[in-house]
Structure formats: structure tokens, C-alpha cells
Design a protein around this ligand. Structure first.
Ligand SMILES: [Zn+2]
Length: 132
């Protein structure tokens, strides 16, 4: 009886873990969409600022342009980070050498031949069904 209870508890834990992962996954995807649209907004702002500076010959506004460029750089860094988080949810990994996505269990990068160390296979990461 106790074994059954602990099995039920285990299954419940797994379902909870999985739904939490799905929640985190959509949260990361939403963040990526937000960061991408923020990058686009900054590009637009940059274009508008450059236009105004050129047209009105406002040399003082060079600082504003630099600020926007820095913003875009920061957002791009954030985007790279989020994409790497997303790839772990998708059972993928990113090659540290060439940044290409590959399957999580791949031993060598198909693009550059980088050899992955410590390939760990986490089978129940995405499956809820238990066979034992
Ligand atoms: Zn590679």
C-alpha cells in the first residue's frame, strides 16, 4: 500500500514538474518576443534620431545615438541568453564554439566538430508516462 501511495505521489510530482516546465517554457518564449520587439523599437528610434540629427545638424545629439546603440547591444545579449535557455527546454544545446543548435544527445557538433563533454541523457525530462 505504501508503495502505491509513493508511486502516486511520484507521478503527481512529475506532472507538477512538467507543467511548471511548460509554464517556464512559455514564459521564456514570451520574453523572447518582448525583447525582439524592444530591439525593433530601438532600431526605429535610432533611425528617427539619426534623421533628426542629420536634418537639423544637432551635433549634441550624438550621445543619444550612442545610448540607443548601447541599448540594442544589451538587448541582443539578453536575446542570446534567452535563446540558449529556450534551447535547453527544447532538448537542444548550443555549441560553445560555433553557437549552432544541436540535439541534446549529440556527441560532436555537426557544424564544427566540437566534442561535447559529459553528455547526460535526461529521458524523463519531457515524458510523464512511467513504465516501472
Ligand atoms: Zn560547433
Amino acid at each position: 500500500m505504501e508503495k502505491i501511495i509513493s508511486e502516486i505521489k511520484n507521478a503527481a510530482d512529475k506532472v507538477a514538474k512538467k507543467s511548471n516546465e511548460i509554464y517556464e517554457f512559455s514564459k521564456v518564449k514570451l520574453n523572447i518576443a518582448n525583447v525582439k520587439s524592444e530591439i525593433n523599437n530601438n532600431y526605429k528610434l535610432l533611425g528617427k534620431t539619426v534623421y533628426e540629427v542629420q536634418k537639423n545638424e544637432l551635433s549634441d545629439d550624438a550621445d543619444r545615438i550612442e545610448e540607443i546603440i548601447n541599448n540594442i547591444d544589451e538587448l541582443n545579449e539578453k536575446l542570446t541568453e534567452l535563446l540558449s535557455v529556450l534551447s535547453t527546454y527544447k532538448n537542444e544545446k548550443i555549441c560553445p564554439k560555433c553557437n549552432k543548435n544541436t540535439d541534446k544527445d549529440t556527441l560532436f557538433c555537426p557544424a564544427c566538430g566540437y566534442r561535447y563533454k559529459n553528455v547526460s541523457v535526461d529521458d524523463d525530462f519531457y515524458s510523464v508516462n512511467d513504465e516501472d
